[in-house]
Design a protein around this ligand. Structure first.
Ligand SMILES: C[S@@+](CC[C@H](N)C(=O)[O-])C[C@H]1O[C@@H](n2cnc3c(N)ncnc32)[C@H](O)[C@@H]1O
Length: 244
């Protein structure tokens, strides 16, 4: 049976084909493609009235914060990233741009989201349209189940971006496993720490496991945390109650 392509995804593909940037034969073309798709996403979302089904503006990381995310990962030299929460792909494209900015060889982006179908596969279509399909893997599973499996497989990445479930216990569990999946000294970036559910979960790791807040040079809703250079367990007697 032919795969169903949403009108939004089809429009994105045809726009790129028209502007002749669809083919990806080298890293420069790939970067140009990613930038075109990133630029066009909000415009096409408005054109296709995507807010009617999935509230693009509320759900998607803004263009500004996507740039902040890209710049943080680029400054970090991150080549391998776990992302939680694909939705319409705004943050995923920014991550793709960062990890392929010094060449796509060795770049790897693992995205976890069990609900891409609720977004008409637009995020995944945006990724493949940009030419990032071969660098990205989408795991259609709740991150709370996928991450512990990745730990047992010995998977490791340079950085993670967390924008999945915002329920306290889910964020807390995500961060518990990302602590082992992101290499010692690596970076965990989160959206929405202004929500008590997200901010409180992070606060545990900051107070009890040695994560330090990484400065972000521009105003942003994102927060970034640097992991300690070695993964040690805190003493339970030293537990610091956490709240925001
Ligand atoms: C705020 S949206 C992410 C927006 C995305 N970062 C962007 O810039 O377009 C939250 C996403 O988390 C996903 N999500 C919700 N619960 C999840 C879970 N338990 N595990 C993984 N992803 C989850 C939703 O399907 C949704 O795509």
């Amino acid at each position: 049976m032919p795969r169903r392509v949403s009108p939004f995804a089809a429009a994105l593909g045809s726009l790129l084909r028209k502007s002749n940037t669809f083919a990806v034969s080298n890293d420069e073309e790939l970067l140009a493609n990613i930038q075109t798709v990133r630029r066009r996403l909000p415009e096409l979302a408005a054109k296709w009235n995507i807010t009617a089904y999935g509230d693009f503006e509320r759900v998607s990381l803004s263009e500004h914060d996507s740039d902040v995310l890209r710049d943080l990962l680029r400054a970090e030299g991150a080549r391998t990233v776990i992302e939680i929460g694909l939705a319409y792909g705004s943050s995923a494209l920014a991550i793709g741009e960062a990890i392929s900015s010094k060449g796509s060889q060795g770049a790897n982006h693992l995205i976890i989201d069990p609900y891409q179908h609720l977004f008409e596969n637009v995020g995944w279509e945006a990724i493949t349209t940009a030419g990032l399909g071969s660098l990205c893997t989408l795991v259609n599973e709740r991150s709370q189940l996928a991450l512990p499996r990745l730990v047992t497989e010995g998977f490791q990445v340079d950085a993670a971006f967390v924008d999945g479930s915002h329920i306290f216990h889910n964020v807390f569990v995500d961060l518990c496993f990302l602590r082992e999946l992101v290499r010692p000294g690596g970076l965990i970036i989160l959206d929405d720490c202004q929500w008590p559910s997200v901010g409180t979960a992070v606060n545990y790791y900051e107070l009890n496991t040695g994560w330090t807040s990484e400065p972000i040079s521009q105003p942003s809703r994102l927060r970034a945390f640097r992991l300690p250079v070695s993964l040690g367990e805190p003493k339970f007697e030293m537990f610091q109650p956490f709240q925001i």
